[in-house]
Design a protein around this ligand. Sequence first.
Ligand SMILES: *Cc1c(COP(=O)(O)O)cnc(C)c1O
Length: 389
Amino acid sequence: MSDKSHNQNGFKFATKAIHAAQGPEEITGAVTYPIFQTSTFAYLEPGKHKGYDYSRTANPTRKVLEENLAALENGKFGFAFASGMAAITTLMLLLKKGDHVISTHNLYGGTYRLFENVMKKFGLDFTFVDTSEIGNVTGALRDSTKMIFVETPTNPMLNLTDIKAISEISKKQNIMHVVDNTFMSPYFQRPLELGADITLHSTTKYLNGHADVIGGAAVVNDENLAERIGFLQNAAGGVPSPFDCWLILRSVKTLAVRMRQHEENALAIANFLENRKEVEKVYYPGLPAHPHYELAKKQMSGFGGMLSAELGAFEKAKKFAANLRVFILAESLGGVESLLCHPVSMTHAVVPKDERLEFGMTDGLVRFSVGIEDIDDLLEDIGQALDNM
Ligand SMILES: *Cc1c(COP(=O)(O)O)cnc(C)c1O
């Protein structure tokens, strides 16, 4: 596949999304790369095969997805996983007992749970700080610090961390710098270009974008690091099925147009919410009032489709959610359909109350994953839900 695939160098994002690593298949000329739904591959003779032996180790459909995602992140090596959490778990296996990790303090709830309730048992140490203040990161450094794990923007507060500034620290100290890029997708943000060592995704979200697959991915530039992750991907075995890889490949072809529409709709909703008296505060990095608006303009090429709003009380959030007709009350994000989430009772239920209140995650906070429906219908829906709250 590699020699016949289109050479994507020099192509722009939307072209790469459709063509990178995806030249017509060698045997039949199929324009859409096939699903190689097989667990094992025939050897030509003992010790000799055509590049594939067993699908946990490598699979042609997965390989095309991995190369495509690597191209979109402007990286060299991609790895696909069965979920975002499988990707993160595999990255944790790069560490060993006694190693220390500095991480963003309002992380995706599942990542926080993995670090706190699982990885700590294996002797890893975690410090959670507000990474949007670089001083907090340098202040938390120890001799044993081996990884800085950053989520930007954060979920659900939409706080940003300066990826370039963190990568300067991590390079100086020889620390691995990981960025969870799920919220922006490579269309709006490419952490490797800003100096990060690993960019990571829950492909469940924008990359797949149709709320029908659970998946994860990691992309790196360093060959040595790629070798270690490839080894762990095979050793731990958290790999996706060929069919799921194919679905994500299919979805990624429309990533550019979807992301543009997600953003256009989100910006319109953020502006609408800012002018409603029922809403105490709007969190969206595309609003000039957002504390990290300047950084957003610098390190991202757009503001994305996620925003949060403070409605003041749990009862109000509950009423608002019940009133919505187009927005669906559900976890997850990044799909074509608009979703509403109440983080405190849903995605972030595992985060202790005193911790979440520290960064503003109150009982009245709601999070919008803005879809690509007609904006008139979305605004009408939110308007009537606020009117009747
Ligand atoms: C969903 C999500 C994850 C976890 O991914 P799964 O595919 O659900 O395992 C990790 N990080 C972020 C930011 C997410 O939104």
